[in-house]
Design a protein around this ligand. Structure first.
Ligand SMILES: Nc1ncnc2c1ncn2[C@@H]1O[C@H](COP(=O)(O)OP(=O)(O)O)[C@@H](O)[C@H]1O
Ligand SMILES: [Mg+2]
Length: 272
């Protein structure tokens, strides 16, 4: 079990600002710490800045005309802002992109093997393929199928499995629940948990689905409009009245003046 008091911080994001197209300020000073061996959730609604934060970490913003203009990003204490994504993979950090992105014309197995492209220990790759298949038996059944013809859930499994094939220390997982039926979401999160516990892989996962993410994560950060507005152990966030009201859709106050209460409380807390 993760012991926050003793664990080393693997990834540290310090007060970063991200601007798109030289003018659009999207992240307005985001800081977060990802402890080794933990599952950390980055929560928030659509457009809050979750994907931008993950892409800033894995240096994928350039292709979108985005830039980190302030702050620093450290991995094991080392500045990683100027590394290209392949160098970051070598350091042990890999991102699973939002929307899955398989190579549709390759088979499931060929897709998984592309994840090992930076590795030189070819002998161990077959063993790791078996490891991936133990977590995703479904992918073993489908290994000769063309990835483009597999279901959304299977493609999400392929995307995570491919990341595992790079032997990562840390996986940045963007919106794994997106577009999947609740049962499948649960299955994916169970696998994330198992990989975390048994392989010791550290996760930073971005999720709009606060409910499921806070049940599996150890710690959470809530982003709103490019700022962290709240953070804490997942258990505390789950029990926090504002989180319940804003993100979990549970409120003791009823729905009558939901909007008013919400904007009032937000103004009071975030801006006062
Ligand atoms: N390439 C881009 N160019 C300009 N604005 C962008 C770009 N990508 C995202 N944004 C804007 O940045 C904000 C945060 O987006 P994003 O990081 O994708 O949020 P989330 O992943 O939390 O839904 C949104 O307002 C979005 O419109
Ligand atoms: Mg996103």
């Amino acid at each position: 079990m993760l012991d926050a008091g003793k664990t080393e911080t693997l990834l540290e994001v310090n007060n970063i600002e991200v601007i798109y197209n030289h003018v659009i300020l999207v992240l307005k000073g985001v800081s977060l710490a990802v402890p080794k061996g933990g599952i950390t959730a980055l929560l928030g609604g659509n457009g809050a800045g979750k994907t931008t934060t993950l892409k800033a970490i894995s240096n994928l913003l350039h292709s979108e005309r985005g830039e980190v203009t302030k702050g620093s990003i450290l991995y094991r204490g080392e500045r990683v802002q100027d590394l290209d994504p392949a160098a970051l993979v070598k350091l042990g950090v890999i991102q699973v992109m939002e929307g899955r992105h398989c190579f549709e014309h390759l088979t499931v197995e060929e897709n998984l093997l592309t994840g090992a492209y930076t590795r030189t220990d070819t002998g161990a790759i077959a063993a790791d393929l078996d490891m991936v298949y133990t977590y995703f038996p479904r992918l073993k059944e489908r290994r000769r199928s063309q990835a483009g013809y597999t279901s959304g859930g299977e493609q999400q499994m392929v995307a995570i499995g491919r990341a595992l094939m790079s032997k990562p220390e840390t996986i940045l997982l963007d919106e794994p629940s997106m577009g999947l039926a609740p049962q499948l979401v649960e299955q994916i999160f169970e696998i994330v948990k198992a990989v975390n516990e048994k392989e010791g892989v550290t996760f930073l996962l971005a999720e709009q689905n606060t409910n499921v993410a806070l049940r599996y994560a150890h710690y959470g950060y809530i982003l709103e409009s490019g700022r962290v507005v709240m953070d804490g152990p997942a258990k505390d966030l789950r029990e926090n009245p504002d989180v319940k009201e804003f993100y979990l859709g549970m409120s003791d106050e009823g729905r009558k003046s939901f909007r008013d209460v919400r904007s009032y409380r937000r103004r009071k807390r975030w801006l006062a």
